[in-house]
Design a protein around this ligand. Structure first.
Ligand SMILES: Nc1ncnc2c1ncn2[C@@H]1O[C@H](COP(=O)(O)OP(=O)(O)OP(=O)(O)O)[C@@H](O)[C@H]1O
Ligand SMILES: [Mg+2]
Length: 253
């Protein structure tokens, strides 16, 4: 099993009523790899993350991690599987501090999750969690703002804090949903190097519309269109694939 993919998803299908949001999607992710999941609006990218994180019902498909089969997880099982995600929006609690928002990312110790879990920890566990949250903030270069309220932060900084919240559980598989969405050119550059750095410690599936980010940080790509993978492989080949140019890149270029 030593050469098994870190994550292997086969024939994943998700339907919403009559709409096939995902049809027989296959995706593999290796250690320390950044894989891009791209495609036009409504292609099914967030649905893929929702399926993998237990937020949407899976119609069919298999999931294995390090060669071991797993049932599709419920949200509270994600941390134990080594999976963590950011949301397509930012989703911070505005009235909490940055550090508290990051600590909430580790809700393993609570059944009800979120704040009650963080507050219900023993003093010793809370100290450990606080330390991990500070480490996560360092990884996104935001340790200096730990005590600021989330609603006092500029938008680009909230995007970094949202990533720190996903890192606090020390995931092996990190799902990033449009981390560069809404950022200006300079912050996008910055996000590029952050994602590069993250990949030294975990594997990343990146959903992103900014093609410069995708081209700069991804090792391989999967392109979704109307819920189907229409192309996959290394970045240059996918970029030149006529099906991709027509379905996706063409509309931007
Ligand atoms: N909970 C839901 N109920 C019904 N339809 C849904 C639901 N979630 C998503 N859809 C539909 O499934 C399709 C895929 O949506 P999804 O949000 O996964 O797209 P996306 O690729 O993330 O798009 P974007 O780039 O705009 O974020 C769309 O047609 C969407 O309207
Ligand atoms: Mg989406």
């Amino acid at each position: 099993m030593s050469n098994a993919n870190l994550l292997s998803i086969k024939s994943l299908s998700v339907s919403f009523g009559g709409l096939k949001a995902l049809s027989n999607v296959n995706l593999e992710l290796n250690e320390n790899e950044v894989v891009g999941l791209i495609g036009p609006n409504g292609a099914g990218k967030t649905t893929f993350f929702n399926a993998l994180s237990g937020l949407t019902e899976v119609q069919s498909g298999t999931l294995s991690i390090n060669g071991k089969s797993h049932k599709w997880p419920k949200p509270h099982q994600l941390i134990d599987l080594g999976i963590s995600r950011t949301l397509q929006g930012v989703g911070l609690f505005p009235e909490l501090t940055v550090l508290e928002n990051v600590m909430i990312g580790d809700n393993k110790s609570s059944k009800s999750g979120l704040i009650s879990g963080a507050l219900g920890l023993s003093l010793k566990d809370e100290k450990k969690l606080r330390q991990r949250a500070l480490t996560a903030l360092e990884r996104v270069y935001a340790s200096g703002i730990a005590d600021q309220r989330a609603d006092s932060l500029p938008y680009p900084v909230t995007k970094r804090v949202a990533i720190a919240r996903a890192l606090v559980s020390e995931p092996k598989i990190l799902l990033l949903d449009e981390p560069a969405g809404g950022l200006g050119a300079q912050d996008i550059e910055w996000m590029n190097s952050l994602i590069h750095n993250l990949a030294t410690q975990c594997s990343v599936i990146l959903v992103e519309h900014h093609m410069d980010v995708v081209m700069s940080v991804c090792d391989r790509l999967y392109v979704l269109n109307f819920g189907e993978v229409i192309s996959s492989g290394d970045v240059e080949n996918v970029r030149r694939d006529p099906a991709v140019v027509e379905a996706y890149l063409g509309v931007n270029n």
